[in-house]
Design a protein around this ligand. Structure first.
Ligand code: ATP
Ligand code: MG
Length: 249
């Protein structure tokens, strides 16, 4: 199985070389756990090899993300950045909820380019039109936002299956962020090829971070939780050390 460098040396080691090529991996974690940084670091690693990467933001604007990654020396202009909310002009008085949710066939016909549409067809259309022959990596931030537009569990499940299918068919290696901290795994954790969990802990008043591979189909991996730091060069994973609870010295 071909492996794709993740952008984090310590994480490559955890995966015995990198993410399995052409897989869809969930990056799950709480607020500020480093999901967005990891996704961009992954795309930037591809840029080093002349690959194009697509970052589909369903939340933060390009300017805001650029500000947050400035210290790492990364430039979002080196990748294809898409934000459907930011770049779609709103039709008065705002998005039609029924159109957004895509219920009913006649309602779908009312949907025009001027609506703010966040659903599977709009996401796949945006990605498809941004795909180039050199595109090898895709990051979607966040899957949780996309899921919010799907009311019931059946629709959510169907959307997730189709999304994963679409991403795999693109031939790219894909990261999807998921805003979760709870122990009950979300649906996407079952459907995806792999799940990376980003943890944060406060111990004796100090913030500590760790990363764990919960699952990865088709390859062996490091099952232990490893300490992670966000430094001025991005995310670093220390895979010689085990993450142990208790205050560090
Ligand atoms: N230069 C830096 N040095 C150390 N830590 C940093 C640096 N830049 C950002 N951070 C840390 O990274 C965190 C933000 O990471 P990121 O935006 O990737 O989190 P996230 O998981 O995407 O959060 P959210 O769910 O809110 O989107 C900040 O809260 C901060 O603690
Ligand atoms: Mg984020």
């Amino acid at each position: 199985m071909k492996k794709v460098p993740t952008g984090v040396v310590g994480l490559d080691r955890m995966f015995s070389g990198g993410f399995p090529e052409n897989s869809a991996i969930i990056v799950a974690g709480g607020p500020g756990s480093g999901k967005t940084i990891l996704s961009i670091q992954f795309l930037m690693r591809g840029v080093m090899d002349g690959e194009d990467g697509i970052f589909l933001s369903l939340g933060e604007s390009k300017e805001r993300i650029q500000r947050n990654i400035e210290t790492f020396g990364w430039d979002l202009n080196q990748i294809t950045f898409i934000n459907p909310v930011e770049h779609t002009p709103r039709r008065e008085p705002g998005p039609r909820l029924d159109a957004v949710l895509g219920t009913g066939s006649q309602k779908k016909e009312l949907v025009t380019e001027t609506d703010v549409i966040i659903n599977l067809p709009s996401v796949t259309r945006l990605i498809s039109s941004a795909l180039k022959p050199s595109t090898r990596r895709i990051a979607l931030d966040s899957l949780s936002t996309l899921k919010m537009f799907y009311g019931d569990e059946v629709k959510k499940r169907r959307m997730l299956f189709r999304l994963m299918e679409f991403l795999i068919e693109s031939g790219c290696t894909c990261l999807l962020t998921s805003e979760t901290t709870e122990d009950t795994p979300s649906l996407e954790n079952y459907i995806s090829d792999g799940v990376l969990k980003m943890h944060t802990f406060i111990e004796s008043g100090r913030k500590r971070r760790a990363i764990e591979i919960q699952k990865m189909r088709g390859t062996g991996f490091d099952e232990d939780m490893r300490p992670l730091k966000i430094t001025n060069s991005g995310i670093e994973v220390y895979n010689e050390e085990l993450f142990t609870e208790g205050p560090t010295t």
